[in-house]
Design a protein around this ligand. Structure first.
Ligand code: ATP
Length: 762
């Protein structure tokens, strides 16, 4: 009756498409010892390998394959080949021996034909590392100290000192520390690389920062100078601006009246010139005057003649009037009466005509009648001439008088006309004369004016000339100022162009501005010398670069800090590893010694830590030519790691035999020694399960019994899965699985009874 409560962590394993297990096959491990039995080549070892595989074994070779594909069911006449191989192992985690918050933990590994591996913990895809770390915490490490493959019972004996050490560390549960240490070392290395990188980065940027710093100093200096320049330029420009404006105003003020005056003078001059121009026509006037004088003279002569003529006519008229009066007195006497010859001739013609007509007549009466008629003519003639007064002379005279009177009237009219003309001419004359007199006066005035105008014009002109010169100078000043302003604007920025906001006392000598200008020029030259262009950019770049440097500095400090703590951690882990390792070795040795003595019925065995010494290159091929001691030394040296790392040496002392070296042991002795060591290891720090694949193959009956006892004893601490052909071993198992090879070449699994198992195993 078992009184112990066995802790069973391993619940089951499930193989699908893994090696010879074409179909899903599950083995549950409900007993502390489970045995797997079956004929050669049925696939038992494949189950042991399935454990290694699912726990993360990376060496395909140790799984008896060349590539991942070799682990996948390859197909048979019955069953086609599989696309993937998967192994799933289920742990009871109710004690939380695995650091996961699940009562059941399933670890699964799948390999595909393209050699891609998948790792799954409780249905979540994880990395290999996650699997390895999870299992290491439960001492189920990758060194496989708890999975002893077929023919590898003495593996621990054949391994190098370093490998042995690794297996022992794994068995002692120190792998976790190892991982931590490796991890820390990796981190430390990475940190150191980072430190080197950051240092080199800082070294790289340091000259640039220095350069930028200098630039920044320049920029700052130039900024300071710009401020100085701005202050000076502000005063200068304000003053200059006012100076220009005021001078402009003053010049305009002074110029306008002068221009006005010039205009007036010009007008006056034109006037005077016109007057003088008139003087040129003076002779014309004089000759006109002379002409007028002449005309007047002639008119007066004419007037005198007319007067005389009129007097003469008056005398004649008086004489004729008197003559008429005398004639009239004469004519009134008959004796003085007369007939005119003409009237007598008319009478004669009339009588002649009558006589002529009478001569042609035959009739006397008619001739007599004509006589009467002639007598009548003669009587009429006398009567007529008797009463008639002959006025013809008076009439003629009177006619003459009339003529004279009209003549006189005409002359009087002419006289009037002459008088009018005279009046007119003498008016013209007096006017012309007075005009000539007046002209003479104004010429004199004009001449005087011309002189005065000339003098005044000269004055005005020179005044204007002074102003123009000043204007020209002002123009140059303005141009200079404009240029200066645009230069200052470029240097100080556009804001400076609105400089006009200060007021000064502007009355000062111009030389002061000259001095200011010189001072400004000096600053400008110094500014140009200093440079410091692109100030804002440089400042920004410098700030960025130095911020980056500060960041890197801090980063470096952080890195150094973390390197220090990593170094400390590594040291700590080292100490821990070495103390725990030493302690572990002591414990193992106690067990090893006990098991060894039990197996061999006495003798001694012991693990010892080999000291790292640098090995000299020696020809060690032919050991036969060496003494026993030399061989012993040589073998010890072989166990030393080439890099001089610590290793584990195994010393054995068989009872009653003078055999000390491992090399001298028989196959059975080797198997017994390694089993003793494995069991010692397992007992000191029991793994959750141990798989022993035909570890008992080389044992004789007596030793098989001892082996089976030890297995039973060991099962108190670790769950055991034994693959065996050994009857004695089988007899200790609570569960027996039989593996057979089916007709199609696939492994078949069945639960069997002990007897069947014994039969099957054979
Ligand atoms: P022994 O008792 O002799 O050690 P065993 O029972 O341990 O034998 P294993 O070595 O586990 O047998 O099984 C080997 C068998 O598995 C061989 O028949 C081999 O052909 C078969 N096998 C290995 N890999 C595959 C694979 N990928 N596909 C199919 N069968 C495979």
């Amino acid at each position: 009756m078992r009184t112990l409560i066995y802790i069973m962590y391993l619940k089951s394993i499930e193989l699908t498409g893994f090696k010879s297990f074409a179909k899903k096959s599950e083995l549950t491990f409900s007993s502390p010892i489970s045995a797997i039995v079956g004929p050669n080549g049925s696939g038992k070892s494949n189950i042991a390998e399935a454990f290694s595989f699912v726990l993360g074994e990376q060496s395909i070779k140790s799984l008896r394959g060349k590539k991942g594909e070799d682990l996948i069911w390859n197909g048979s006449t019955d069953s086609p080949r599989a696309g993937r191989a998967s192994v799933k192992v289920v742990f009871d985690n109710s004690t939380y021996f695995l650091p996961l918050d699940y009562e059941t933990v399933t670890v699964e590994r799948v390999v595909h034909r393209d050699s891609v591996n998948e790792y799954i913990i409780n249905s979540s895809q994880v990395r290999l590392r996650d699997v390895v770390e999870l299992l290491a915490s439960a001492h189920i490490g990758s060194s496989g100290h708890h999975i002893i493959s077929q023919g590898e019972a003495d593996r621990i004996l054949n391994s190098s000192g370093k490998e042995r050490k690794s297996m022992i560390e794994d068995a002692l549960g120190l792998k976790m520390y190892q991982y931590k240490k490796q991890e820390s070392e990796r981190k430390l290395e990475k940190t150191r690389e980072n430190i080197v990188q950051v240092e080199s980065l800082r070294r790289e940027i340091s000259p640039h920062i220095k350069f930028l710093k200098k630039q920044v100093e320049k920029v700052e200096k130039s900024l300071q100078m710009k401020q100085e320049l701005e202050a000076k330029a502000l005063e200068y420009c304000n003053r200059e601006d006012k100076y220009v404006k005021r001078t402009e105003e003053r010049l305009t003020r002074e110029k306008n009246p002068l221009i006005q005056k010039e205009r007036e003078l010009h007008y006056e001059l034109e006037k005077a010139k016109a007057v003088l121009e008139m003087a040129k026509h003076k002779d014309e006037k004089s000759s006109k005057l002379i002409e007028l004088e002449k005309s007047l003279h002639e008119l007066r002569d004419e007037k005198d003649n007319l007067f005389r003529e009129a007097g003469r006519l008056d005398g004649e008229i008086t004489a004729f009037v008197r003559m008429v009066k005398k004639q009239e007195e004469v004519e009134h006497l008959d004796a003085h009466k007369t007939v005119t010859l003409a009237s007598v001739e008319i009478l004669r013609e009339q009588i002649t005509a009558k006589i002529q007509s009478a001569k042609n007549l035959d009739d006397i009466s008619s001739i007599l009648k004509i006589f009467d008629e002639v007598t009548g003519l003669l009587s009429d003639f006398v009567d007529n001439n008797k009463n008639k007064i002959d006025n013809s002379l008076i009439a003629d005279v009177q006619k003459d008088i009339e003529n004279l009177k009209s003549e006189k009237k005409r002359i009087e009219k002419s006289l009037q006309e002459v008088k009018r003309k005279e009046g007119e001419l003498s008016h013209q004359y007096s006017q012309l004369k007075s005009a000539i007199e007046k002209e003479k006066d104004s010429n004199r005035d004009a001449e005087k004016a011309v002189f005065r105008i000339m003098a005044e014009s000269q004055e005005v002109r020179s005044g204007l000339q002074i102003i123009r010169r000043e204007e020209e100078t002002l123009h140059l000043v303005r141009e200079d100022f404009k240029r200066e302003l645009s230069e200052l604007g470029m240097m100080l920025g556009a804001h400076f162009l609105q400089f006009n906001n200060l007021s000064f006392d502007y009355d000062e000598p111009r030389i002061n501005q000259e001095e200011r200008r010189r001072a400004i020029e000096k600053i400008k030259i110094r500014l140009e010398e200093v440079g410091g262009a692109g100030g804002a950019d440089v400042l920004k770049e410098y700030t960025e670069a130095s911020e980056r440097d500060t960041f890197l500095e801090k980063e470096l400090a952080d890195l150094e800090q973390s390197a220090n703590s990593l170094t400390e951690l590594i040291l700590d882990l080292d100490t821990r590893l070495s103390t725990e390792f030493k302690l572990g070795i002591e414990k193992i040795n106690t067990q090893f010694k006990e098991f060894f003595a039990l197996m061999f019925g006495g003798g001694e065995a012991k693990l010892s830590v080999t000291v790292p010494v640098k090995r000299k290159k020696k020809d060690t091929d032919d050991l036969f030519e060496k003494s026993e001691d030399e061989i012993e030394e040589e073998l010890a040296l072989r166990n030393l790691d080439e890099a001089g790392e610590e290793g584990i040496d195994i010393e054995v002392n068989l009872p009653k035999k003078k055999v000390k070296g491992l090399m001298m042991l028989s196959g059975g002795e080797r198997a017994l020694t390694s089993i003793a060591l494995l069991f010692a290891l397992s007992q000191v720090n029991p793994p959750p399960f141990i798989i022993l694949d035909e570890t008992d193959a080389a044992l004789d009956e007596a030793n098989s019994k001892k082996y089976a006892d030890m297995v039973e004893n060991l099962s108190k601490f670790s769950q055991l899965i034994v693959i065996t052909h050994n009857r004695e071993t089988m007899s200790r198992a609570g569960i027996l699985y039989g593996v057979t090879m089916g007709m199609g070449g696939g492994s078949k699994l069945l639960s069997v009874s002990f007897d069947t198992a014994v039969a099957v195993a054979k």
